[in-house]
Design a protein around this ligand. Structure first.
Ligand code: PMP
Length: 439
């Protein structure tokens, strides 16, 4: 089999009926809530295949994809090097549950390029990585409270589902039922980009803050960049209080620059979590940090964390292929930066010409179209943006074959596979969609 060659799909009687069958078997018909498209008022898509920046749904319609698998698809879909690496690894056996050589290389290469990460441990999902990092921070400090930011999302562990972004915000359940009051009480919530609010949390906690966990570029309430001084201020608070600074780089790692957000902004965390891109589309996450902290993990220390599927050989193979592709192309991130900048400025200019308050916020290849007159600096601003207008924009784009994130609270993801044609088609469709909005 050639890497990336089409493979005959498993037969499914009458694909047009997929949603009814799915909804009978699964809540909402989907296995992750945002896939249901409820925030944009259209039926969800079921995808048959994807190549480069294009997806094909089960009815055979093609789309230019801006969802990018919610982040992992930095190289585009079915990237030949990644697919070949996974196929080769699969042929050697899927899973052994013991150490292997490729995971050592991947660990070394990630440690070498991730600021603050002297040692690393692989897991499977971002949810596990953040939960483990917080457990480690609590163990190291002997304290209970964590500070998170409204609109940030760190996976679906109980303690993070407090004013959470991403699908939780999209579905109107940022504080999920089922999280006990005791657990919720250990999570303090501050406003993003607001150091005074962080000071308030430290005052209220009275010396019991184990960690600040932050998306160094918020991507789960749409793209909200850190303002100058914000991350440095968090670093200073942690230095002064002895709390751990955890950068959740599950979305930003390898994406906002070769050394992630920590490298881009020059702030070094105590612990970092990675996911998405590091597995090249396969399930792989990691947490890492200062060696003295990481050595507290079992079996060297007493903090427990484990996984049947941790450092899965296929995921490690895809991760190595992804790093190979990035390392083979020194201009990789600069090119994405340029494409992203051009796209964002053209879109904003289109909005201005029509008197539509369209604000495109972007960091590298992460971007969001907010229908907001002013800058979007925190969840309060995100919530005040016009989500109904976003839904209309989404639908007008979808009709033209452009698939934006089906939620005003999710980033769009530019990939290396979005070439001139995809950018031109997206801008052309946006011109017509905005015209429709203005009418
Ligand atoms: N942290 C961040 C910053 C994320 O964006 C996500 C997923 N969107 C997670 C954690 C959770 O990762 P996963 O979905 O792999 O559990």
């Amino acid at each position: 089999m050639t890497a990336g060659a089409p493979v005959a799909p498993r037969p499914f009687a009458d694909p047009g009926t997929w949603l009814a069958r799915a909804a009978a078997a699964t809540p909402g018909g989907v296995h992750s809530p945002v896939r249901a498209f409820r925030a944009v008022g259209v039926e969800p898509l079921a995808i048959a295949s994807g190549h480069g920046a294009r997806l094909r749904d089960v009815q055979g319609r093609e789309y230019i994809d801006w969802i990018g698998a919610w982040g992992p698809a930095l190289l585009g879909h079915a990237h030949p090097g990644t697919v070949a690496a996974v196929q080769e690894a699969a042929a050697r056996g899927l899973l052994f549950g013991l150490a292997a050589l490729p995971e050592i290389e991947l660990a070394e290469r990630l440690v070498a390029r991730t600021p603050g990460c002297e040692m690393i441990r692989f897991a499977v999902t971002g949810t596990e990585a953040t939960a483990s990092a917080v457990r480690l921070a609590r163990a190291a400090t002997g304290r209970a409270h964590i500070i998170k930011f409204a609109g940030c999302y760190h996976g679906h562990a109980d303690g993070f589902l407090i004013r959470a972004g991403s699908g939780a915000a999209t579905c109107g359940v940022p504080d999920s039922p089922g999280v006990t009051a005791a657990t919720a009480g250990e999570t303090m919530v501050a406003r993003y980009n607001d150091l005074d609010d962080v000071a308030r949390c430290f005052r209220d906690a009275g010396g019991s803050v184990a960690a600040i966990i932050v998306e160094p570029v918020a991507g789960n309430m749409g793209c909200v960049p850190p303002e100058p001084g914000f991350l440095a201020g968090l670093r200073a608070w942690c230095d002064e209080s002895g709390a751990c600074l955890i950068f959740d780089e599950v979305m930003t790692g390898l994406r906002v620059g070769p050394r992630g957000a920590a490298g881009r902004y020059g702030i070094t965390p105590d612990l970092v979590t990675l996911g998405k891109v590091i597995g090249g589309g396969m399930p792989l996450s990691a947490f890492g940090g200062r060696a003295d902290l990481m050595r507290r993990m079992a079996p060297e220390g007493l903090v427990y964390q484990a996984g049947t599927f941790a450092a899965h050989p296929l995921a490690v193979a895809a991760g190595l292929a992804t790093l190979d592709a990035l390392d083979a192309d020194p201009d990789f991130h600069d090119r994405l930066e340029q494409h992203g900048a051009a796209l964002a400025s053209e879109l904003e200019a289109m909005g201005r010409r029509r008197g539509i308050p369209l604000r495109v916020q972007r960091v590298a290849s992460l971007w969001t179209a907010f229908f907001s007159a002013g800058p979007v600096r925190s969840w309060d601003d995100v919530a005040a943006a016009d989500s109904a207008c976003y839904a209309r924009f989404f639908r007008a784009m979808l009709r033209q074959g452009i698939l934006l994130p089906p939620s005003p609270y999710e980033c769009a993801f530019l990939s290396a596979a979005h070439g001139e044609a995809e950018l031109r088609l997206t801008l052309g469709a946006a011109e017509r969609a905005l015209e429709e909005l203005a009418a």
